[in-house]
Design a protein around this ligand. Structure first.
Ligand code: SAH
Length: 395
């Protein structure tokens, strides 16, 4: 018998609407002493069945919900079906599972699998767990993924900031098959990238920027480009491929810069230069030298992880925008990206408006972009919408 979780009165509505995170504050009573990671059935205060989920006393998200059918247990056939459904989207609908390609196969809440991320890199699979319940079932997930995908190897990467919040005790490494001895080569929109699956950031590559790389590259022809927070060159190399006169990329990660340089060589793009530096200081330096660019991309890391950090994050963006406006030619293109769900598109637009007023310049919004379809947004969990990319012209 699975344990039972009974919600407090008037707290059930979001969960009937299929939001997957039940915080401790919504819970009235837990019956049956479920262990962490165990399956539980969730009922409203009035005794109506709502859903089934996995329990974790160590997390603020006390229960993650997965199934809203009363008689469907969370057994292997349930998880298999969820994985198959996620894979079908990428393989049959989006056609992203082709040789040489990379994509996100499972996007946690976006695919009804809260706490699991699975990425595909030309035959290699990288898993990340951000919830204990699914992490405890990792051998089962590996078994199913091997069967469904026939990969060369399955690796586990860890999001270090999350492990203590969930009580996760995982070690990075190969879970099945071979270890890639060198960076894996993937192709994105005709540009080739080396990806370090074991040492790179996240699972190795910022797969969520695939379409934004193309959208921005349409403005690159004939311009001098500054790719700030360039990682392994995603925006900069696309810009170079689409006719940028010159590309300067900057990132503080030495490993990322090394791969960015190798990527430039591999794509035979000679007008690019990548520099290891701290972006804020580097932009100040460029401004002092009175350098000018026709296209500037700002793709910083997540500045705001929680609500209390939002004001600081906005301050960071204000500083970046002010510096960029000093460096941008008249009628230049300015791109700002943001991967924090706590900062909305409206807030990014407001930041642009404030920066324009301060710098006494006109800013036009040309395009608004979000995350690609292999990072789907669950309408029941709008928190799964996080990426924004705003393309502007400044005169
Ligand atoms: N634009 C990249 C993804 C960038 S992710 C792409 O399209 O692939 C954010 C990057 O910012 C990371 O590579 C990280 O190393 C870098 N970073 C974080 N803080 C930084 C700082 N203060 N100065 C320079 N780079 C920084």
């Amino acid at each position: 018998m699975p344990g039972t979780v009974i919600l407090r009165s008037r707290r059930a509505k979001p969960f009937f609407s299929r939001h997957p995170w039940i915080y401790a504050g919504a819970i009235g009573e837990v019956q049956g002493q479920p262990a962490d990671g165990d399956e539980v059935e969730v009922f409203s205060h009035g005794g109506h069945f709502i859903a089934r989920g996995l329990y974790n006393s160590r997390s603020r998200v006390r229960v993650r919900l997965y199934c809203w059918e009363a008689n469907r247990p969370l057994d292997e056939s349930f998880w298999r079906e969820r994985l198959e459904q996620a894979i079908r989207l990428r393989r049959d609908v989006l056609h992203l599972l082709a040789p040489g390609k990379a994509c996100r196969l499972v996007f946690s809440e976006g695919d009804g699998l809260s706490g699991l991320t699975v990425d595909w890199y030309d035959g290699w699979v990288v898993l990340q767990f951000t919830g204990l319940g699914l992490a405890l079932r990792r051998d089962m997930f590996v078994r199913i993924l091997v069967e469904l995908l026939r990969p060369r190897g399955i690796l586990l990467r860890i999001e270090k900031s999350i492990s203590p919040l969930e009580g996760l005790d995982l070690t990075e490494g190969v879970l099945w098959g071979e270890t890639p001895r060198e960076p894996v080569v993937i192709e994105e929109n005709g540009v080739v990238f080396l990806v370090d699956l074991t040492g790179g950031q996240k699972t190795g590559f910022y797969l969520d920027q695939r379409e934004n790389h193309v959208a921005v590259s349409r403005y690159a022809a004939g311009r001098r480009v500054l790719d700030a927070f360039c990682y392994t060159g995603g925006f900069g190399l696309h810009a170079a491929r689409h006719g940028a006169l010159e590309v300067l990329g900057v990132d503080s990660s030495a490993g990322a810069i090394r791969l960015a340089q190798l990527n430039a060589e591999r794509n035979r793009l000679s007008q690019v230069r990548f520099v290891e530096a701290e972006v804020f200081r580097f932009l100040e330096e460029l401004a002092r030298e009175q350098q000018r660019f026709g296209l500037i991309i700002l793709d910083p890391p997540k500045f705001a992880h929680r609500q209390s950090a939002v004001e600081n994050a906005l301050q960071g963006y204000r500083r970046l925008l002010a510096l960029s406006l000093l460096l941008l030619e008249t009628e230049g293109i300015l791109v700002t990206c943001c991967c924090s769900g706590l900062i909305t598109m409206e807030m990014l637009e407001e930041l642009a408006a404030q920066a324009a007023t301060k710098a006494r310049r006109h800013v036009q919004i040309l395009e608004r972009h979000y995350q690609p379809a292999d990072h789907p947004v669950a309408v029941s969990c709008r928190e799964s919408s996080y990426l924004k990319c705003l393309i502007k012209r400044v005169y």
